[in-house]
Design a protein around this ligand. Structure first.
Ligand SMILES: NC(=O)C1=CN([C@@H]2O[C@H](COP(=O)(O)OP(=O)(O)OC[C@H]3O[C@@H](n4cnc5c(N)ncnc54)[C@H](OP(=O)(O)O)[C@@H]3O)[C@@H](O)[C@H]2O)[C@@H](O)CC1
Ligand SMILES: Nc1ncnc2c1ncn2[C@@H]1O[C@H](COP(=O)(O)OP(=O)(O)O)[C@@H](O)[C@H]1O
Ligand SMILES: [K+]
Length: 450
């Protein structure tokens, strides 16, 4: 499973707007369909490697792409058959259908398969889950190589409805831009390897996939304080804060101070008493404060969160510290990153609706903070509407303590100064890259070791 890095993601509404803008600039929808069909044909040819191809066409423009691809494949001498679920209903699909001169087989339980199946049944126009009857017919093909056109049929491309498609794709060819369904659960795993065919649509990158992580080499004139100084509050479970502090150091902070002394993970981490630590909140060199890891809700946490908020420093708020800070967060806009997992998000932001992207955006707007809504399909959202999707992360991260590591990495990236969204994106990228490097057997401590 993979998605292209730094690629735009468009909802259906945004896609229709981009299509309309294309038409105004002089590229007709039929030209777009020709480009889309050509990209499908190219990908199918490569996947089939000379073996026969069966294209399943639906009634809308997704089916239209299928007919165009069939015509182009036949022109190039490929062995290609077409089966249709229904007659085309759009003018574009009718025209594309008219361009295919071969036979059209009915899509029913007697349809003979082929080594490569091209799923051009439904794309961004999917309006409901696939019927049980069609799901059974498609089930006959699930041992074949599957190329899905735009999205696997039967997903809600905006990711709001949790429909799961009956056929999982080996490759999904996204047309013009990626769609939320390619990067959100439960549909992303069914997309397989996602490829992007640009087809000339100019897509805004307000929502996109993670960029490739950069190597943030320190400036030649770097000094430990200007690389970023991070304060980490330790709650009663000191191991969690120790992981965050170690992660901050590993992720590039020049100086890390941890409250309390028993569990400083590296000799380079300065462990300080409550009083001395409290004074540090006024230290102008401190670039970011991390609070929440290892800190259950309670008076002690509330007290420390208040102190952190009063300091006006950039903040990373994790776990119970998110709830504790919520009432005051939007009061004074500041650089802040919240890192809730699913349960913490539901508790802090009940009654948000829509896809995970919609909900993360709403939470960011409400708190005026950057939200890293964690999980296998992590979403990072900024108050100004920017969103980055981290699918596929590393499943080796599904182990206790990795969230504490992410909070520390966020502290390091934030302490350098600059934009909190960029810091969050860099931290999530660093986290995934570390996990990918370690792989099997990963435990959270490994992420902060050499
Ligand atoms: N964006 C671009 O720039 C370009 C986009 N292009 C392509 O167009 C695609 C979008 O096409 P589209 O809008 O015509 O919708 P599409 O996905 O074919 O489906 C609509 C039809 O399916 C039906 N239907 C839906 N769900 C169903 C179900 N569960 N079970 C049964 N029927 C169901 C629905 O019926 P209805 O809901 O109206 O009853 C309607 O008839 C896009 O994904 C891309 O491939 C490229 O060609 C060019 C550039
Ligand atoms: N299946 C998965 N694939 C990718 N990343 C995952 C997966 N499961 C968990 N993660 C990541 O691991 C981290 C777990 O954080 P969290 O749930 O807060 O754990 P903890 O509180 O034990 O530290 C998050 O960054 C999350 O995005
Ligand atoms: K499809």
């Amino acid at each position: 499973m993979s998605v292209p890095a730094d690629a735009p993601i468009l909802t259906t509404k945004a896609m229709r707007e981009a299509e309309a803008a294309c038409a105004i600039q002089g590229t007709s929808l039929s030209e777009l369909m020709e480009l889309a069909g050509a990209a499908v044909a190219d990908t199918a040819r490569r996947m089939a490697a000379g073996a026969p191809i069966l294209i399943l066409c639906g009634p809308g423009n997704n089916g239209g792409d299928g007919y165009v691809a069939a015509r182009l494949l036949a022109e190039r001498g490929a062995s290609v058959r077409v089966a249709a679920l229904a007659e085309p209903v759009t003018d574009l699909a009718k025209a594309a259908r008219a361009g295919w001169s071969g036979p059209i087989e009915p899509l029913n339980g007697r349809l003979a398969p082929a080594p490569l199946i091209v799923d051009a049944l439904f794309g961004v126009g999917s309006s409901r889950p696939i019927s049980d009857e069609l799901a059974v017919i498609l089930g006959h093909f699930d041992d074949r190589r599957i190329l899905a056109v735009d999205v696997p049929s039967g997903v809600d491309s905006d990711g709001g409805a949790n429909w799961t498609p009956p056929l999982s794709a080996d490759v999904t060819l996204a047309l013009g831009a990626l769609k939320p369904a390619h990067v959100l659960l439960p549909t992303a795993p069914a997309c397989g390897r996602v490829l992007l065919a640009p087809i000339g649509i100019s897509a805004s990158k307000a929502i996109g996939t993670l960029p490739k992580p950069g190597t943030a080499k320190p400036d030649a004139t770097a000094h430990k304080f200007n690389r970023g100084m991070v304060l980490v509050f330790a709650g009663p479970m000191r191991g969690a804060a120790a992981l965050s502090a170690a992660a901050a150091l590993r992720a590039g902070a020049g100086y890390v101070v941890l409250e309390g002394s028993e569990r400083a993970p590296f000799s380079a981490i300065i462990a300080e008493s409550d009083e001395r630590f409290g004074e540090r909140l006024n230290d102008p060199r401190v670039g970011a404060v991390v609070i929440g890891p290892g800190f259950p809700a309670g008076d002690e946490l509330l007290f420390d969160v208040e102190a952190a908020l009063d300091s006006n420093k950039a903040l990373v708020l994790d776990a119970a510290a998110i709830d504790a800070a919520l009432p005051r967060l939007s009061e004074t806009p500041r650089n802040a990153i919240l890192t809730p997992h699913e349960g913490e998000f539901a508790r802090a932001f009940p009654q948000l609706y829509g896809s995970k992207i919609d909900r993360a955006k709403a939470a960011a707007a409400r708190t005026q903070a950057v939200v890293i809504y964690k999980g296998a399909d992590t979403i990072i959202a900024a108050p100004d509407g920017r969103v980055a999707a981290a699918w596929p992360g590393s499943p080796w991260l599904a182990t206790a303590g990795t969230g504490d590591v992410l909070a520390g990495a966020c502290g390091a990236m934030l302490a350098r100064g600059g934009d909190a969204f960029d810091a969050a994106v860099a931290a999530v990228g660093w986290h995934i890259a570390q996990a990918a490097r370690i792989g099997p057997g990963l435990v959270a401590d490994d992420l902060v070791r050499e």
